[in-house]
Design a protein around this ligand. Sequence first.
Ligand code: AMP
Length: 411
Amino acid sequence: MNFDSLNLHPQILSNVQALGYKTPTPIQQQSIPPILSGKDVMGLAQTGTGKTAAFALPIIQRLLQGPRSCVRALIIAPTRELAQQIHEAIVELCKNTKLRSMTLYGGVNINPQIHALKCGVEIVVACPGRLLDHLQQRTISLEKVEVLVLDEADQMFDMGFLPTIRKILRYTPKKRQTLLFSATMPSEINELAREVLHHPVTIEAGHSAPAALVQQVLFPIEQHLKTELLIHLLRNTEIKSVLVFTRTKHGAKKVALKLEQAGFAAASLQGNLSQNKRLAAMNGFRDGSLKILVATDIAARGIDVSSVSHVINYDMPGTVEAYIHRIGRTGRAERAGEAYTLTLQEDQLLIRKIERVLGSKLEQRKLENFNYDIKPAVSTHHPTLKYARPQRVERTQSRNKKIIQPSSVTR
Ligand code: AMP
């Protein structure tokens, strides 16, 4: 199948061509025809499968006909980064159609958003909280919405957005086309789908299957040596750009700081940052000036940077799905990628589950030139702290000889 056979407007086809898309991805092949014919769709697909264009192309085709300057398509996404990314893809796909798209998310001044809404826009890509603010202040009307997209629905559920989404839905017309995309189908999302979708066509693409091109390696390690090992890996691997995942926001900040101190162009992307800092980190990572982005799952969800050469799980994710999501951030758009995971003894159970889902054993690698024997300094100052900082290793003139200096500082 090629794009020509999808009956899209010539301007849309030319925009698709300008983006370099040659053939529709599986999710695009499956979803574009039913969406064009006005059907509701439930898509089981993760980011990286071409899902944005799968819903954006038929939406743009529909909006070419009909009124302008009123919100006719609404896309709701869990994070600001994802909303921004969807908006940017839509802008490219809408070129020379005079259709307008804008984002609505929190953490930035609401007034420019109100102004842009007054000027007239046909497509809105929004995060739930700020959208509800606009609705309650009556600065947006959803009465003319024809198509509603709920993207990364499972993530919105994880983030506690379902009650807000249900409130938002009350502002939209009952007669509308609804498209729901989710990487997983927890029962709450199934329930939401039953509420909001009418006779949906269900489409499944790339679900639970990591990009075939991603080489995955596990690095067993002890907690106190993780940062040392990460730095060692970064120094000894040819890396274009790397996304490092930590479990907590605090962890992301701390690891990014350590990497900066070690001389790497690194930054963290986590919910505690101001929107400006989040944008600066994302933009730096996209344009290549920042080689390393340390992020939490939530902040990194849906991020599409096609040149990510490595994903490093500093902390093991909580679930198999999260693991697959994370490693899906590399190996995108048919590029090869590598996913490294620093694993603790206690991660064994999850590793076995991941291997069962993948259907193969993951390579476990021990580095020959890394000192695994450094012991954690046990803290005597604080009864609840298990570890103190690892002992500092300093190199002497001779590259291989190390002097171990006990560190006196506790965490
Ligand atoms: P998404 O899953 O929407 O985040 O898309 C993942 C990446 O695939 C983005 O960089 C898109 O620009 C790219 N992409 C989407 N559709 C196609 C296609 N048909 N051919 C090649 N690349 C595509």
